[in-house]
Design a protein around this ligand. Sequence first.
Ligand code: ZN
Length: 60
Amino acid sequence: MIEILREGPGLRQVTCSNCQSLLQYDERFDTKEKEEFKKIIEYIICPVCKTKTVVRWRKK
Ligand SMILES: [Zn+2]
């Protein structure tokens, strides 16, 4: 069995803001972006509760 000793560069973990599930996602593929109040919001959709969790934002 293969174990992950250290995650690759694109993998991140975040806790869902709604159901508190600990999620692992790949920031290169899994995040979506939207524009809101002149900021770029990066978010993922929790597969458990389908709620949007913001993982990062930056100024436009
Ligand atoms: Zn959730």
